[in-house]
Design a protein around this ligand. Structure first.
Ligand SMILES: *Cc1c(COP(=O)(O)O)cnc(C)c1O
Length: 361
């Protein structure tokens, strides 16, 4: 009998389920289950990626200087307080590894992103789930849940899978009222979709207890490359750089991300199409009796009358080659999260849900 056992907490981790990409027996599927950009990345990013293929015998940059300088210039930030990770998932993991551990607590919200809980458990910490108010972050509930053991509060704004967000004033109130030993992590994976929103960068600059995470996986269409980044106070970035592996990002990923950032015409086009089609899709579903909260991201959370109806609609969509996301694991068993695809995909989804709801009457 083996006595080899993992650290406490590891076996409590439920394996992350990524969005499905296939339906048995159907070839012409549309994947709307992972909030990917339906238009893909900028051509300039593809070219930079291909060009980097000629230098694969060289180790990548270990300080990510070129990408950090480009990010700082683009967003008006301090280069020295940016850290890059293999997706923002890796920044989330660094934060838990560095600041949480056995005997500490990590707060996330009721419908918060799954990686917060997974990374907290992987670090041996105790994840604490805080209620939301009608699928919207409740700052007072977060503050009420803080204890002497709390080390991190994770808040996605806009949140996934609800698509809702809270205003700058509420976020600032949270940062101000947190106990002094607690770090607030603002996850801005969808910040680029919100016109005029800085993802919390201003709050990071103004305070010592706020970190922001961002990603190239959503608006920039580079989920396959794994590039994310964080922006924080100097003391936090200094800590995170100590747990970061020196070569955590591959050369083609760094090159493509930098090129993607510079192609502002492409991101502008993708953002505008997303806004237009998101509004169209939400209204089309509402007309079929399927409401959703106002989303500020690249997906909508469709609400059904019951978990059974949501599952049945998901099955119908699959039979039509449309893959969306069940979110029972996010305490939303009566909902389906639908990524805003291109126009033909949105029309197919609206048509299929209309069919389903019509048949249900
Ligand atoms: C998609 C997503 C991420 C990002 O993931 P990457 O690791 O950067 O691909 C982070 N947070 C939320 C809330 C997300 O939805």
């Amino acid at each position: 009998m083996t006595q080899i056992t993992p650290q406490p907490g590891i076996m409590d981790i439920a394996l992350y389920e990524s969005g499905a990409a296939h339906v048995d027996g159907i070839s012409n599927v549309v994947k709307l289950s992972s909030n990917e950009n339906p238009f893909g990345p900028s051509d300039q990013a593809r070219e930079a990626y291909a060009k980097a293929g000629y230098d694969l015998h060289r180790y990548p940059s270990s300080d990510h200087g070129a990408l950090r300088r480009a990010l700082a210039a683009h967003h008006g930030l301090d280069t020295d307080r940016i850290i890059c990770g293999a997706g923002s998932d890796e920044i989330i993991a660094f934060l838990c590894q560095a600041y949480a551990g056995p005997g500490t607590e990590v707060i996330h919200t009721e419908h918060g992103f799954a990686m917060y809980k997974i990374s907290a458990l992987a670090a041996g910490a105790t994840p604490v789930e805080v209620p939301e108010r009608e699928r919207v972050t409740d700052v007072d509930a977060i503050l009420a849940a803080c204890t002497d053991a709390t080390r991190l509060v994770f808040l996605a704004n806009p949140n996934n899978p609800t698509g809702t967000m809270i205003g700058d004033g509420e976020v600032a109130r949270l940062a101000e009222a947190l106990p002094p030993h607690v770090l607030l992590v603002l996850d801005g994976a969808y910040a680029e979709y919100v016109e005029g929103y800085d993802g919390g960068a201003g709050l990071v600059d103004a305070r010592q207890n706020v970190v922001m995470t961002r990603t190239f996986s959503k608006l920039y269409g580079l989920g396959g490359l794994r590039v994310g980044w964080g922006y924080g106070p100097k003391h936090v970035i200094d800590v995170l750089n100590r747990v970061r592996g020196p070569f955590n990002l591959a050369t083609p990923a760094l090159a493509a991300a930098e090129a993607a950032l510079r192609d502002t015409a492409w991101t502008e086009k993708c953002r505008n199409e997303n806004s237009r089609l998101r509004a169209w899709l939400a209204e089309a579903l509402a007309e079929h009796g399927v409401p959703s909260d106002t989303s500020t991201a690249n997906f909508i959370l469709a609400r059904f009358a019951s978990p059974d109806q949501a599952r049945a609609c998901d099955a119908h969509l699959q039979s039509q080659g449309l893959i969306v996301r069940q979110v029972a694991g996010y305490n939303l068993p009566h909902c389906l999260r639908i990524t805003v695809g291109d126009e033909p995909s949105c029309r197919r989804v609206a048509h299929a849900i209309g069919q389903f709801m019509g048949d249900a009457e």
